[in-house]
Design a protein around this ligand. Structure first.
Ligand code: FES
Length: 103
């Protein structure tokens, strides 16, 4: 069932915030929303901005450059100027570690 990559200890996740991690050479944004964890590509689909530098509110991440928003649960664009979805990745926590399925 695909390739799960060990990314970081679960206790290094922020609370209700976003961080950037590099997983298998890929720049990924990890979002902690309550007890849930989501992952998407970290680079905005609209330009060269990193979503880990943006503002997370509930399930919405706001890009720091032009304030486009995405749903962190599936990467879907929510408002202009973003129109293309972010790629999102399955997340699992096991043995105190966070794993991402990257393919
Ligand atoms: Fe993200 Fe423009 S670069 S909204």
């Amino acid at each position: 069932d695909g390739n799960w990559v060990d990314v970081l200890p679960a206790d290094q996740l922020p609370e209700d915030d976003v961080i950037g991690v590099v997983a298998a050479g890929r720049d990924v944004a990890l979002y902690a929303v309550g007890d849930e964890i989501y992952a998407t590509d970290n680079t905005c689909t609209h330009g060269q901005a990193r979503l880990c530098d943006g503002f997370l509110e509930g399930y919405e991440i706001e890009c720091p450059l032009h304030q486009g928003k995405f749903d962190v649960r599936n990467g879907n664009p929510l408002c202009q100027p973003v129109t293309d979805a972010l790629r999102s990745y399955p997340v699992r926590v096991e043995g105190g570690r966070v794993y991402l399925q990257l393919d």
